[in-house]
Design a protein around this ligand. Sequence first.
Ligand code: UD1
Length: 375
Amino acid sequence: MTKIRVLNVVGARPNFVKVASLMTAYRGCDRIDPVLIHTGQHYDEAMSAGFFRDLGLPHPEVNLEVGSGSHAVQTAEIMKAFEGVAREMRPDAVLVVGDVNSTIACGLVAAKLGFPLAHVEAGLRSGDRTMPEEINRVLTDAISDLLFCTEQAGVENLAREGVAHDKVFLVGNTMVDTLLRHRERSKASTVLEDLGLVGNLRGGGGYAVATLHRPSNVDQERTLTGILDAFEEMQADLPIVLPLHPRLRESLARFGLVRRVERMNRLRTAAPFGYLDFLKLVDNARIVLTDSGGLQEETTALRVPCVTLRENTERPVTVEIGTNRLAGTTPEGILASYRDAMAEFEAGEARSSVPPLWDGRAGDRIVEILADNLG
Ligand code: UD1
């Protein structure tokens, strides 16, 4: 029996976490021959290789090594490099995840070469076309043949856009699969001791974790300064751990804000964490402040309160039934949401549930559907 060859594309940090679940699930399916392709969109040890190790991902069969660039340059370089690989490998399908430039670039190449395209995390919509990820989502879904959704809102968005319903599958969340699989292992991490946070572990943890990397937040001096104003006030109340994504690090330097951050006594910056360290850090945090998409989902799965520093979210289920609240990006909005979340938590009123199918089995469902529909 010839196996169904599926090229699985990863490029940026959140992709590694999602595909890790699939690579595990493929082991239970003898009908598929999975091939892992890394575009090299993220390439630093901390942003890439460390994740491969923590997640037990196999070495990619091919690394396109495209690196950074403007959107057009990065997308074009990935397309040029991936076309040759796809032609040579002649897969039965190409699978892309999430909403990064690697997702649309490889999706477009697959569709043009006539290879069936599967999109994991389809249908999410923020409604905000100024977000590069929103463009990537809409376009990738428009050319996909199999669309795997994490939440019901995704299914409904695709129906509204006229995608045939027999191509759409609500399967759950591969990022949550990976989180549940590694949560026990993450407990061995010494990150809390390393950061001197152990004495702060009262109840739900006596510290906050913050992450910032979205261009709309970190590339605008006024917005970034406003967010730092909010952090300054918060850290007087609760220590904050802020790992620096390369984009944030560059912006702090460009806007002359490094000294300001250093002067905040209880705000602790750090290099980006590995997967297991970061999972432990978030799992024990009192609250998370973020503009990341994935972290809104991970905090929901862990039932850790989350304040999202954005005006909108493409993951509405995390607000409707999870722990997430949208704060916007002004200092007043952020502080108000932070105080509400803390008050609710202290009063023991925080109620949340985990969305349907976020049960650790999304990867298995996807692999089964691929095996039944391809080849
Ligand atoms: C990308 C994704 C974003 C995702 C994020 C996760 C797009 C459009 N954006 O954003 O959706 O949430 O990844 O982190 O695809 N850099 C390094 N080392 C690296 C990678 C990047 O130093 O390994 C620096 C470079 O200066 C680069 C900048 O970070 O120019 C931004 O990287 P890029 O891949 O363009 O976008 P992200 O902001 O990481």
